[in-house]
Design a protein around this ligand. Structure first.
Ligand code: ADP
Length: 258
């Protein structure tokens, strides 16, 4: 992948993708990548053909969250073949040897264009895009390069995070992408030995009010779950191994809303 070679030919691998869903947050560290990965694998469990594009160029998480045995990216006929784990296709800047962390904006935009348009996803029902945090040039480049069908916004219950959510809602509104769901992640903690007890560690969030005020049709509060965190850190999507858990049921509802 060359940062200075942009190919914006009419050859568009994404034309065989039925639905492109952006998972976005305006702050880092709220669990956006975790939500993107578990949403994607839930859509796959429901029978969809799914891909995940980790577009977080400065801090790619997919190589940590999902660890297929074969992690060598292949180039074939001028196209990049995505990696695969349990039937879900995967692509990330983290799989490609780049020094993106020290690149200037225009080079990053060129690389983003290439990765978005030259990855050969084949026929997919859903492509889940893990967006870089924020609402700047890179996010707009993605919105302008590919035609997003829907956005899922991820936040935590803190006021600081919510303030930025509104910026995200406005950004998607500007590019005419509907926000179909708001996820309030790490909203509460339920001890295993006290299943009916909930601790709202970061305050009782305002997710439902924001969803109502901005016309977002679906709002979900996900618990802080140490098991999910452990599975994520070990490179296995939690919904694959915790399939009977409450968090998997909540991801099921989220997948039905997108
Ligand atoms: P972001 O993409 O917003 O930067 P990540 O998805 O990388 O955030 O998540 C940050 C950290 O929080 C990771 O270690 C992840 O495992 C953990 N995490 C995310 N969601 C949850 C959750 N619901 N419960 C427990 N840990 C979580």
């Amino acid at each position: 992948l060359q940062a200075n070679q942009v190919q914006t030919s009419g050859n568009r691998p994404l034309h065989k993708v039925k639905h492109i869903i952006a998972v976005a947050s305006c702050k880092g560290g709220v669990g956006k990548s975790t939500v993107a990965v578990n949403l994607a694998f839930t859509l796959a469990k429901l029978g969809g053909k799914v891909g995940i594009m980790d577009a977080d160029i400065y801090g790619p998480s997919l190589p940590i969250l999902v660890q297929p045995e074969d992690r060598i990216v292949q180039y074939k006929d001028g196209k990049i073949t995505p990696l695969e784990y349990q039937g879900v296709k995967l692509m990330s800047f983290g799989y490609i040897n780049t020094e993106s962390a020290i690149m200037r904006g225009p080079m990053i935009a060129n690389m983003m264009n290439q990765l978005l348009t030259e990855t050969d996803w084949g026929c997919l029902d859903y492509l889940v895009i893990d967006m870089p945090p924020g609402t700047g040039d890179i996010q707009l480049t993605i919105c302008q390069t590919i035609s997003l069908d829907a956005a899922v916004i991820v936040t935590t219950p803190q006021q600081l995070s919510f303030q930025d959510v509104i910026k995200g809602i406005y950004m998607f509104d500007k590019v005419s992408v509907p926000c179909v769901a708001l996820v309030e992640n790490m909203a509460y903690f339920e001890p295993k030995d006290m299943p009916n007890k909930r601790y709202y560690l970061f305050g009782n969030g305002k997710g439902q009010k924001i969803a109502d005020d901005y016309g977002i049709p679906f709002m979900e509060s996900l618990p802080l779950d140490p098991d999910l965190c452990r599975w994520s850190d070990s490179g296995t999507p939690a919904v694959l191994v915790m399939s009977e858990s409450k968090i998997s049921q909540l991801y099921h509802s989220l997948a039905s809303a997108v």
